[in-house]
Design a protein around this ligand. Structure first.
Ligand SMILES: [Zn+2]
Length: 382
């Protein structure tokens, strides 16, 4: 141990005193100037430490950003923007798999088609009439399959494989996700990327430019073969699953220029339009390993459903949410109250206004989806 590792000034002083030879410590015996400098030094060290402590405490008190500004509200390490990600290219491809330069293998044997992707993006500060139709994915929603789990042990290998295969069959038949990462970390493409998948249901997200509703069409769905056990809040992933998710996320972000703040979990986007509550689906309410898959801690993002559309977080969502998400919910609710006040409306009236706006956009989204299905407007646009 050395004195430089001791944080507490008093302990440090005692440590210095203990390790310093008695004749040096007791400087008064060795001449007045030397004693003066000696005590000066001993005074400076603790004062510097105290000053550093006060500065750090003041910095920690800086209030979080109130408005919906994704990049600024992410307090942790902000990874490179999609445009700056290292290039990942396809090394080779055959009838069964694609191999990429970052080590990612995608098994394509079970890929199914669904209808082509097409969605409306609503400008953050514009009227519903200014919506633009697009067909390029803008984000990723992470899921768990909540399917049967047996012990991840060598003697269970045959059963683990069998369960994984029947899961693939099940999610393929329902076009449930774009990607499934099984318990061995193998990545399967379930629904083709250019098609929509039925992964997000009623859902809401927003970035600094657009608001998105019903993310089956606009976001890619990536699911882990995992389950949140009763009484636990986090699903357990294997290191292989996390490593594959990081490579897949980098590939998709680079390919579609997806901003980090549009890579979120199902609970963060899921809403129930009947009850106007957040979190109809609760997978990854907490514990998603954002940083390990190369993303900032996006649990810190204020929920657009609350801020922009007046959805409510009930007791069940608060129970399920981890501390970071809970703080973000409270931040969004505080901002909602302040916005109501700024608009000169009582919270209830302001909430009704936002919820009406949501219903207007939802009607428009549903009409647009019917148009596409009926082939009236099939070009998809950008
Ligand atoms: Zn889900």
């Amino acid at each position: 141990m050395v004195a430089g590792h001791i944080g507490d000034p008093v302990t440090r002083l005692r440590f210095l005193k203990a390790v310093t030879p008695r004749d040096q410590w007791d400087g008064a015996r060795r001449g007045p100037w030397r004693a003066f400098f000696h005590y000066l030094l001993l005074a400076i060290v603790p004062l510097t430490l105290i000053a550093a402590f006060l500065v750090m405490r003041a910095a920690a008190r800086v209030p979080a950003t109130e408005a919906w500004k994704p990049p600024a509200s992410v307090a942790h390490r902000v990874p490179a923007p999609a445009s700056a990600l290292p290039e990942i290219w396809m090394v080779e491809k055959d009838k069964t798999e694609e191999v990429f330069s970052n080590g990612l293998h995608i098994d394509t044997r079970f890929t199914v088609s669904n209808h082509p992707r097409s969605y409306l993006a609503f400008p953050v500060n514009g009227p519903a009439s200014r919506a633009v139709r697009r067909s390029v994915p803008v984000g990723i929603v992470f899921h768990t399959t909540e399917s049967l789990q047996i012990p991840f042990e060598a003697n269970q290998n045959r059963a683990l494989k069998r369960i994984g295969e029947s899961l693939l069959e099940y999610v393929g038949g329902r076009c449930s996700y774009h990607y499934l990462i099984d318990r061995f970390g193998r990545v399967f493409r379930v629904v083709a990327e250019q098609d929509a998948a039925n992964h997000a249901g009623y859902s809401v997200w927003a970035d600094d430019q657009y608001r998105y509703l019903n993310l089956n069409e606009s976001f890619l769905g990536v699911s882990f073969e995992a389950r949140t056990e009763k009484g636990e809040t986090d699903a357990h992933l294997s290191p292989a699953q996390i490593s594959s998710a990081a490579m897949l996320t980098d590939l998709l972000r680079g390919r579609y220029r997806i901003p980090v703040t549009n890579c979120v979990t199902h609970l963060q986007v899921s809403v129930n339009p009947d009850s106007m509550r957040v979190g109809y689906h609760t997978d990854w309410a907490s514990g998603f390993p954002f940083e390990q898959v190369g993303l900032p801690d996006n649990y810190a993002l204020a929920l657009p459903s609350v801020m922009a559309f007046g959805f409510v977080c009930d007791h069940a969502v608060r129970e399920a949410a981890g501390p970071r998400l809970l703080a973000a919910i409270e931040q969004a609710e505080g901002a909602f109250d302040r916005r109501a006040e700024a608009a000169g409306m009582r919270p209830l009236v302001y909430r009704n206004t936002l919820q009406r706006e949501y219903r207007t956009l939802l009607t428009q989204v549903k009409a647009a989806q019917h148009e596409v299905r009926d082939g009236i407007d099939g070009d998809g646009g950008q």
